[in-house]
Design a protein around this ligand. Structure first.
Ligand SMILES: [Zn+2]
Length: 165
């Protein structure tokens, strides 16, 4: 059995692909969040936020990406699949990533509002997540949010709603 080493991947290549999805989402009036799943150095699934298009609060980029590849993940997720997303996953998406058996998460912009990293202290999550790398090309995500959703950027960066204590 070959041991998977996340450091063997060029994170900037795959985060760029997630950012491209995010930009498409932003241009479509959605939150500028995109994700890709990588296996054996290849992108096997892509997705982006579709809250508006689907009239759904569940249509997060990671959920759409996971669901587009659910059969593939059922077979391969444990074997070194990595999800790249340009914003830190929320509690729902982190839960879905864990439940889909993806062990490696690479994200861009930290979300100080939801603070999903707090979920890492849950024993079940800690046991299942082997890599949780943040800050990858975070400035590119900041730029996207400045263009498309500056208010949401402020909430994520400051960890509170504008004007609230
Ligand atoms: Zn989410």
């Amino acid at each position: 059995m070959v041991t998977f080493d996340i450091n063997s991947l060029d994170h900037s290549v795959f985060m760029r692909a997630a950012l491209d999805e995010a930009e498409l989402a932003g241009k479509a009036g959605e939150l500028p969040i995109g994700a890709v799943i990588v296996h054996n150095g290849q992108i096997v699934a892509t997705g982006r936020a579709r809250h508006v298009a689907r009239a759904s609060d569940l249509a997060h980029a990671e959920m759409n990406t996971l669901l587009s590849a659910e059969r593939y993940l059922n077979e391969h997720a444990r074997d070194g699949c990595v999800i790249y997303v340009n914003v830190e996953p929320c509690v729902m998406c982190l839960g879905a990533i864990v439940m889909s058996n993806i062990r490696h998460i690479v994200y861009g912009l930290e979300d100080k509002w939801i603070k999903p990293s707090g979920m890492m202290s849950m024993e079940y999550v800690r046991r299942h997540v082997e890599s949780y790398l943040g800050g990858v090309m975070a400035e590119a995500s900041v730029d996207l949010f400045k263009r498309f959703r500056p208010r949401d950027l402020a909430i994520m960066q400051e960890g509170r709603w504008p004007g609230s204590p």
